[in-house]
Ligand binder design. Structure first.
Ligand code: PHE
Length: 326
């Protein structure tokens, strides 16, 4: 027994012609092809057919099913292509802007400084932030009477433990464990009891140290002069002004001319023989230079930032200005 499904098919054609949304097409699909849909109901008739009839009936039912499936999927693909139906997603809308983060200006500045010094052969070393008096003061030739050792200037954790006031302590540790020759830079956080627009109780420093045979002040001047030009991307007017640090002799401060004014940028000098002796390097065989600079200070000059505290306020509009910089 074969069955003619012409009217069923033409009815489906009519319905599809009239329908106007993907949602309607989906409804038609389940009405015809769903578990209890028209096609399933027709298939149920197989149960009542005799063995002979089953063959013919099965054939026409399969043809029906295929035809229904074809018509519906054709309509579906037409609807998706031509968009002449009320498409639930407007693919022409502009996408949502997913904003990406940016590096912090302090990280950017550290990266710039270390990549320049890295080219000059300095290797980056880090140390501990809770130091003892020996590594932070004594070994650096800083006497008991020095004001930096005062409770007002330094955060003491206990009698002999303190938050390092400079990264020079890392130089002492490196010289003790690696001996000479040595060429290191030490970026990191340092702590002092200070807070105003140009001072923060925590700030970042990087120090450079070069110990080798026959190192003299010209090497120091050459490295720092080149460094300043590379860091600011142009020739800057600079001067070395005599100064004093217990751990260097002679000592100097490097100033740069900024908008007509001399600004102090970093301290430097030839490593004091006492320091070399403290770390068991013979100053008759080796000499060296050292310098130390404040990262925030350099970043403020380069990016024209007036208040150092802005670095730590996490203000997105301030931070996002550094987007794209590495
Ligand atoms: N340690 C000094 C400071 O924190 C900087 C410095 C380092 C000066 C090395 C001279 C040589 O101020």
């Amino acid at each position: 027994m074969s069955k003619n499904y012409t009217s069923l098919i033409s009815e489906l054609r009519e319905k599809l012609k009239k329908c106007s949304s993907l949602h309607d097409i989906a409804n038609i699909k389940s009405f015809y092809l769903g578990k209890n849909g028209i096609v399933s109901i027709e298939f149920n008739e197989l149960k009542n057919a005799s063995i002979d009839e089953k063959k013919e009936l099965g054939k026409s039912l399969n043809i029906l099913k295929n035809q229904v499936q074809e018509l519906i999927s054709l309509k579906l693909s037409q609807a998706q292509e031509t968009k002449d139906v009320d498409y639930p997603i407007d693919v022409t809308l502009p996408g949502k802007n997913i904003s990406s983060g940016s590096r912090h200006p302090i990280s950017i500045t550290i990266n710039q400084i270390t990549s320049i010094l890295g080219k000059y052969g300095f290797t980056s070393v880090s140390g501990i932030e809770i130091e003892d008096e020996f590594h932070n003061f004594e070994a650096l030739n800083i006497p008991d009477t020095h004001p930096a050792r005062d409770m007002h200037d330094t955060f003491y954790v206990s009698d002999n433990k303190l938050l390092r006031t400079h990264t020079s302590s890392v130089q002492i540790r490196s010289m003790l464990s690696n001996k000479a020759p040595l060429k290191i830079m030490t970026p990191g956080k340092v702590y002092r009891c200070d807070s105003d627009p140009t001072h923060s109780p925590m700030f970042h420093q990087i120090e450079g140290l070069c110990i080798d045979k026959d190192i003299n002040f010209c090497h120091l001047k050459g490295v720092l002069t080149n460094f300043i030009t590379e860091f600011f991307g142009r020739d800057m007017e600079i001067r070395f002004r005599p100064s004093y640090f217990p751990f260097t002799e002679p000592s100097a401060e490097l100033d740069i001319k900024f908008r007509g004014k001399w600004l102090e940028v970093l301290g430097c000098g030839m490593v004091h023989p006492n320091v070399l002796t403290n770390v068991k390097i013979n100053f008759k065989n080796f000499s060296g230079f050292a310098f130390g600079l404040g990262i925030e200070r350099l970043a403020m000059l380069k990016y024209d930032i007036v208040d150092l505290r802005m670095f730590y306020e996490n203000d997105i509009s301030f931070l996002s200005q550094f987007k794209g910089l590495k």
